[in-house]
Write a protein that binds this ligand. Structure first.
Ligand code: GLN
Length: 312
């Protein structure tokens, strides 16, 4: 009997999973103490099709904090609240060629280079509408949850650890305040940013989040319209050019998909009009991306000819 498509997809995810499980390169992030305790062997691969079906291999139900993989989704909210031009006045759209925590700001304006590095994400968070920090974070959590298709929550222990060890982010925020590119109060903006980074997700959740972007803003599992197709296009553009920090260029060359990494080991990628990919494994490479996540995404993209610039 002919194999079902779902079996074929799942067995290919299993093959990639099995192939990469012996890859123990990289190290678990420890600059946020609470992240250092993660089990480095965990590895999950999830793929969500635009029909809402999710295919999974390995540890796809394990909770981890979303970290920087929150940035594209919060950017979508800032874009919807303020419009592209108003957001772009405050945070640029140029790859920095530097690490996620780079202090590089635009000469003259003090504007952060893009919304995927920490400096740019902190400004982006400050641009989300809300009358109070509670309301602003409530809207961020609701947006992340709508992308994932279920109610997400904060890991309070990671949040406390981020707040304790967040001096570099605090320094970035003060620099931008001094330069005039951050106008909101530092303490509450950082509290909101740390909270957004501490939201718990699974590989399955971020696959659905990526699929919602790939689907022009409609969550393929819940059917809810989360944002506009135009916003998704803007977000995926920034992910393609800046999502992998100083690895962004080589990433686009090899995987060819808009993507975003997080230091807890999550990696979300979107194949526009096709599917979302959610990867999780805690050991990170020098750019702060999951070693196995990067390798798995590249193998899947190469195998299926998924490069966004691919023309058969
Ligand atoms: N919360 C982390 C930080 O601000 C996020 C960094 C990341 O995931 N690259 O340092």
């Amino acid at each position: 009997a002919p194999e079902k498509l779902s079996d074929i997809v799942t067995s290919f995810l299993d093959i990639v999973h099995d192939r990469l499980i012996s890859d123990r390169r990289g190290t678990v992030a420890d600059y946020i103490p609470q992240l250092a305790g993660a089990d480095p062997e965990q590895f999950g691969i999830a793929l969500c099709g635009l029909n809402g079906r999710v295919y999974e291999s390995g540890d796809t139900g394990v909770d981890f904090t979303i970290q920087s993989a929150s940035k594209p989704f919060v950017y979508s909210l800032a874009l919807d609240d303020q419009g592209l031009d108003a957001v772009h006045d405050r945070v640029g759209a140029e790859p920095s060629g530097e690490a996620f925590n780079s202090v590089k700001l635009e000469a003259g304006t003090g504007r952060p280079p893009n919304p995927m590095v920490n400096a740019g994400a902190i400004v982006t968070t400050s641009l989300v509408t809300g009358r109070s920090p509670e309301e602003r974070f409530g809207r961020i959590l609701a947006r992340l949850s709508a992308f994932a298709g279920r109610d997400l929550r904060v890991d309070e222990a990671v949040l406390a650890s981020e707040q304790e060890s967040g001096d570099r982010n605090r320094a970035l925020a003060y620099l931008m305040r001094g330069a005039g590119s951050l106008t909101a109060p530092v303490a509450e903006t950082l509290d909101t940013y740390f909270r957004q980074c501490s939201v718990l997700v699974t590989a399955r959740d971020i696959a659905v989040m990526g699929a919602t972007l790939a689907n022009g803003g409609v969550n393929p599992v819940t059917g809810e319209r989360v944002t506009s197709a135009e916003t998704c296009q803007h977000v995926m553009t920034i992910m393609a050019t800046c999502g992998m920090y100083d690895y962004a260029g080589e990433w686009l060359l090899r995987a060819g998909l808009p993507a975003k990494s997080g230091v807890a080991g999550g990696l979300v990628a979107s194949s526009p009009g096709e599917f979302g990919l959610g990867l999780f494994s805690p050991r990170l490479d020098a750019s702060g991306a999951s070693v196995r996540g990067v390798a798995a995404a590249q193998q899947l993209a190469t195998r299926f000819g998924l490069h966004v610039l691919h023309r058969p």
